[in-house]
Each structure stands twice: as structure tokens, then as C-alpha cells.
Design a protein around this ligand. Structure first.
Ligand code: ADP
Ligand code: MG
Length: 472
């Protein structure tokens, strides 16, 4: 039996966390035999290694070498403390290896500062360093505990295109390389500890896989190694009914369909990025989300399709820092193609739309976009509709911010009479004003736009409608 397991930043965030993670790995290896580990960069909250690397690089690009060097010093301290507290026989060797990465980070920042420019390619080289350090620590600790293990840079395994920052894997070559490198290790009982997040393009230049990258790495390896299951270990008991930082009573959801979890992830639940699940879903590889710090909890399993037997609300999520842009005017009724022109103009700006809602009278179209993009988007629309605005066919292009999207998720929910009513009653009873409404195309979500300051109340009041999962 073969299992690919990914450990998130907090699971390797300190000496203590790494030793718990290692114990978990060896425990599971006894049952599964073939275990492939994927690890993120150290990410104990609030200091995340990848953020320090990327912020340092951006500071350098602005000419602020001081901040870059401060970040390097902090990186050195975090890794040195962890290594010193964790390792014994391999301590000096791993300290030297990690130190070399941080020296290299410093030199790259100096170079970036001189050039005054930070290319996506340089960002990928710098941004992937955290994983290259953490896997070396984890593998060394496993060896010291008497379990053969080897750190592997995924740039040896995952071949990608050259779209830095958001590279896509080329699965055929990735399968060949991964099988050739990983299978012999497994055959000898060695645990491969692979860097998450990174790959390399055809010229061998390091790339990164974009948001949720390490989860994606695990799913890619799961597919090409034909794993029996993929487990994502994080710091919560699986996917929960709401962000546990916002809703104290949030509970773990035992089973979710791919659609449901995609909808949740798209609207703010960063626990799992939809793209990362695809290799598992398409190959029918069960995907579980589990808690490193509560390993006996079953967590959540993601299944390809499954109707929600009760049809009720399963989870609620929110995204903040959005603007609601409205194009409105009584004369719009008569003009063909307004919607197409609106979204064409938005697409030209390269910014994405999170939600669209149109009044049935066709007198207005509104959509949500990230606040940082609202100015460019509204300007683009004013240019597109200059004539209509002049003729007063369109009265205004406006934007309202800050707003949030609050999304209710549950398969089959839209077919259940009364669910939407209960949601709006709950919002009304809590005094939340709903600015716009939309239904997800996948028929398992309803989203509302509210003022950002009311988002917390909205999430909580909708969460109160979720029937608690019976305690087994
Ligand atoms: P990792 O470093 O392990 O990948 P992430 O920070 O990416 O961890 O994802 C886990 C975090 O996602 C949790 O700590 C939690 O704060 C947040 N989160 C947001 N919404 C949800 C949700 N609905 N269920 C579970 N976690 C959620
Ligand atoms: Mg994550």
C-alpha cells in the first residue's frame, strides 16, 4: 500500500512540531509500508519562512537591503534554533546546509537591490528555498530516529512549463522522473521527503506551483506514483463548517464532494485549493485532510461526487477586501450586449470577477472584484461605456467598498425549498444588510455580498443554522 502525505507549514514549524510529525510518519509507515512525504517551508504562525523570503526579496527590489538582511537574520535564527533543538549527530552538517541556503538568499537579495528589479523567475528561486531547508531538517531527524530517509528537491521530479509563480506540471515527464527517482528509494525502505511547492522547467530553472502549491505537489506525486491515498496534514481537524478562527463552534465535516470543497476554497476557505485536488479526483485517489496535532481525529475525506443526503447547509465561508462594482441606467434595457461588453472590458484589465449579479429588470449589473483592482476596473468600464454615459443610457459606473462575499455551501441545497429563506431570515434577524445575491454555477452554493464590517456577524448567524454533526 502506498501513501503520499503532505505536511503544512505548522506541522514543520518548530523542533517540537517536526518531532511529532516524524513520529506520525514512522507510525504510519509501519502500517502502509510505502510512504512518500511532502513538506512545506517552516510556517509557525505568525512568522512564515516563505513570507520572510518573499518580503525580503521585495524589500531588496525597492532598494531596502536592510529589511532583506533582517529577514535573513531571522531566517537564520529560526532554522538554527530548530536544528539545535532537534538534531544531534547530523546537527553540524544540516546547519551548514541550511546556512548555505540563507547565504545564497542574501546574495540574491543584494543582486536584486543592485538591479532594482525582481523577476518572477528570481521570485521562484527565492520563494522555494524554505521547503529546501525544511525537508533537509525533517529527513535528518528521521534518520537520527533510526528510519532511513532522504531529502529530495522536487525540481528533480516535477517538470513544469516556464510560467514562473504559477507553473503547470507536465505529467508524462513528471511521471517518468518521479518513478525513476522515488521507486528505488521505496524499494529500499527509505522515506523520500520531498519539497512541496516547487518544480523545474525544461532548462532546469526552479519554478513554483502557485497558491496551495505544496498540496498540489502531493496530489501530483500521488497521481504519478499511483498512490492508494493522499493525506494532507494541517493544523485543524479537516475542512470545517467555518473558518475556526472566525467561528468558535466550527466543526469538522466528515465528507465533502470535490464541488463543495472547490466552492468553499474559491470563496475564502484557504484550507485546500481546488486545483490541488484535481489529480486525486480525476484518478479516484481518496484525499484526506487531517490534523497533525490531533492525529486520531478522522478529519475530512474528499470524494468525487456525492449528494448531500440531508440537502442542508454544510459550511459557510467569507472573502474580505472586495469591491462591488455596479453599472446601472434605465437606458441599458435597450442596448444589446451590455453584459458582454462589461465583462469584456474587465477581462482586458486582467483582473478577475468573484461573483456576478444582475437585476431582472436589466437596469443594473453588479459584480465583485478585489478592492485593489476596483479603480482600474471602473476606469476601464467608464472608457468602454463613454458614449452611453454621455447619452445617459447608463447613469453611472460605481463601486462600493469594502464589502465581503459570504458563501453558504452544501450540495443539493438549492433544490431544497426554504434554505435560502432561512439564510435571509437569519441575516435579517442579525441586522445584516444584504447588498447583492448570487447562486453558484455548481448548484451547491449561495453567495451574498455584505458590508465588510458585517461579514463576521453574517458568517456566525448562518453558521447557527448548521445542524451539529452527531458525536460518534
Ligand atoms: P497549511 O500550512 O497546513 O497548508 P493553511 O494555513 O494553508 O495550512 O490551511 C489551514 C488553515 O485554514 C487553518 O488553520 C484555518 O485557519 C484555515 N481555514 C479557513 N477556513 C477553513 C475551513 N472552513 N476549514 C478548515 N480550515 C479553514
Ligand atoms: Mg495550505
Amino acid at each position: 500500500m502506498q501513501l503520499v502525505m503532505k505536511f503544512g507549514g505548522t506541522s514543520v514549524g518548530s523542533a517540537q512540531a517536526i518531532s511529532e510529525t516524524a513520529a506520525l510518519i514512522t507510525n504510519i509507515q509501519e502500517r502502509w509500508q510505502d510512504v512518500v512525504v511532502v513538506a512545506s517551508a517552516m510556517g509557525s504562525k505568525p512568522v512564515k519562512v516563505t513570507d520572510l523570503l518573499l518580503d525580503g526579496a521585495s524589500a531588496a527590489a525597492r532598494g531596502d537591503v536592510k529589511t532583506a538582511l533582517q529577514n535573513a537574520a531571522l531566517l537564520r535564527q529560526i532554522h538554527r534554533d530548530t536544528i539545535s533543538n532537534l538534531l544531534t549527530t547530523e546537527r553540524e552538517a544540516v546547519l551548514a546546509e541550511n546556512g548555505a541556503f540563507i547565504d545564497h538568499f542574501e546574495s540574491l537579495c543584494q543582486a536584486v537591490a543592485i538591479l532594482g528589479e525582481l523577476s518572477p523567475r528570481a521570485l521562484d528561486t527565492i520563494g522555494g528555498m524554505g521547503e529546501r531547508m525544511s525537508v533537509r531538517i525533517l529527513a535528518a531527524h528521521l534518520r537520527e530516529q533510526g528510519h532511513p530517509a532522504e531529502a529530495v528537491d522536487a525540481s528533480e521530479l516535477i517538470l513544469t512549463d516556464s510560467r514562473y509563480q504559477n507553473a503547470s506540471p507536465q505529467m508524462v515527464q513528471t511521471a517518468e522522473r518521479t518513478q525513476a527517482r522515488i521507486r528505488p528509494l521505496l524499494a529500499e525502505g527509505v522515506i523520500p521527503v520531498v519539497t512541496g511547492f516547487i518544480g523545474a522547467d525544461a532548462s532546469g530553472v526552479q519554478t513554483t506551483l502557485g497558491r496551495g502549491g505544496s498540496d498540489y505537489s502531493a496530489a501530483i506525486l500521488g497521481q504519478v506514483l499511483d498512490a492508494d491515498e493522499v493525506w494532507i496534514w494541517t493544523d485543524v481537524d479537516g475542512v470545517m463548517t467555518a473558518d475556526p478562527r472566525l467561528v468558535q463552534e466550527a466543526q469538522s465535516i466528515p465528507e465533502l464532494s470535490f464541488r463543495e470543497v472547490s466552492e468553499l476554497a474559491f470563496y475564502g476557505a484557504r484550507v485546500l485549493h481546488p486545483k490541488t485536488m484535481r489529480p486525486c479526483i480525476e484518478n479516484n485517489i481518496p484525499l484526506r485532510i487531517k490534523n497533525t496535532f490531533n492525529p486520531h481525529h478522522p478529519g475530512t475525506v474528499i470524494v468525487p461526487h456525492r449528494t448531500n443526503p440531508t440537502g442542508g447547509i454544510k459550511a459557510v465561508t467569507s472573502v474580505n477586501e472586495l469591491s462591488l462594482v455596479t453599472v446601472e441606467g434605465k437606458g441599458m434595457l435597450g442596448i444589446p450586449g451590455i453584459a458582454a461588453r462589461t465583462f469584456g472590458a474587465v477581462a482586458q484589465t486582467g483582473h478577475s470577477v468573484l461573483l456576478i449579479s444582475q437585476a431582472s429588470s436589466e437596469q443594473s449589473i453588479c459584480f465583485a472584484t478585489h478592492s485593489g483592482h476596483a479603480f482600474r476596473v471602473t476606469e476601464a468600464l467608464k472608457t468602454e461605456f463613454a458614449k452611453e454615459l454621455e447619452r445617459r443610457d447608463i447613469d453611472a459606473v460605481r463601486s462600493q467598498q469594502p464589502v465581503s462575499i459570504v458563501t453558504v455551501v452544501g450540495a443539493g441545497m438549492q433544490g431544497m425549498p426554504g434554505i435560502a429563506g432561512r439564510v435571509f431570515t437569519a441575516l435579517g434577524d442579525s441586522g445584516v444588510n444584504v447588498i447583492a445575491i448570487a447562486q453558484g454555477s455548481s448548484e451547491c452554493s449561495i453567495s451574498v455580498v455584505v458590508e465588510e464590517r458585517e461579514a463576521g456577524t453574517a458568517v456566525q448567524s448562518i453558521h447557527n443554522l448548521i445542524t451539529p454533526v452527531p458525536v460518534a
